[in-house]
Design a protein around this ligand. Structure first.
Ligand code: BTN
Length: 267
């Protein structure tokens, strides 16, 4: 499989904010952690950290994110947005949409989004996870110092290696039977982020487009939070990305973080 090379990437990113400062490492703990340190030292908006391997890749809810070396796209993007901290999720929405567009542009595979931050392939109930996003931010008072969006896409992971990742994991290679061009995927991703971020800064909110692409909505789901397990109808998402779950007692729950699976049919 082809390694990512800065000499190939840099010329394709001229004129971009995202990627003008691009750092590519053979191995890091976690691209989010590396970029967080850089952000604390004053790195500029648009700085991107990419790695071929992570020794401590992180997913949501404190989970490990596993990826075979050299087979995936593992990257983190730095934003310094003028947004309220409660609106930071707009950047996750924007990046999820950009990642979905990049995947489709490079491979022809059209991923859906699964609340909160997954790119999945397949219909509701039979979805396979292709990618995940992990957003972390630094806040001072009511101001966002930085937002880091980490993106992990399973690209050229063989069917054999997928088994070691997660039971529901898939990759572009598993979906198409072909090796995908990771450099093209990264360049397209940064290009799409750049364009969408400009629109966000001009006042456009990605919420409606993001919500329209969420296959979770309209489904009867089971949501597990740190403290409770709720079953109900995923009715919608609010402006800040929380899932609106209607339980049989009529209650409407705003869930900010949870694991969501399809609930079994009512007996
Ligand atoms: C999830 O689905 O739980 C989120 C996964 C996010 C993984 C990416 S890989 C690049 C970046 N660095 C990390 O440690 N995590 C994110």
């Amino acid at each position: 499989m082809k390694p990512l090379l800065l000499s190939m990437l840099r010329p394709r990113l001229t004129g971009h904010v995202f990627g003008s400062a691009l750092f590519l490492w053979p191995r890091v703990t976690s691209t989010n952690d590396v970029l967080k340190e850089m952000a604390a030292e004053g790195a500029e908006e648009g700085t991107v950290v990419v790695a071929e391997e992570q020794t401590a890749g992180r997913g949501r809810l404190g989970r490990a994110w596993l990826a075979p070396p050299g087979a995936c796209l593992l990257c983190s993007l730095l934003f310094r947005p003028r947004l309220l901290p409660t609106h930071a999720h707009r950047l996750t929405m924007l990046c999820a949409l950009a990642a979905a567009e990049a995947v489709e542009g490079v491979s022809g595979v059209r991923p859906a989004l699964k609340w909160p931050n997954d790119l999945v392939i397949g219909a509701a109930g039979r979805w396979r996870k292709l990618a995940g996003l992990l957003t972390e931010s630094g806040v001072t008072g009511d101001r966002l110092d930085f937002v880091i969006v980490g993106i992990g896409i399973n690209v050229n992971v063989t069917a054999e290696d997928l088994a070691g990742l997660a039971p529901d994991a898939t990759s572009l290679m598993a979906e198409t039977g072909q090796e995908a061009d990771r450099a093209a995927l990264l360049v397209t991703l940064l290009d799409r982020v750049e364009e969408r971020y400009a629109r966000l800064k001009a006042g456009e909110n990605p919420h409606a487009e993001w919500a329209a692409r969420l296959i979770t909505l309209g489904q009867r789901v089971e949501a597990t939070t740190g403290t409770e397990r709720l079953v109900g109808l995923a009715e919608g998402v609010d402006e800040d990305g929380a899932l609106l779950l209607r339980t049989p007692d009529g209650g409407l729950h705003h869930l900010r973080a949870a694991d969501v699976t399809l609930a079994p049919p009512v007996p």
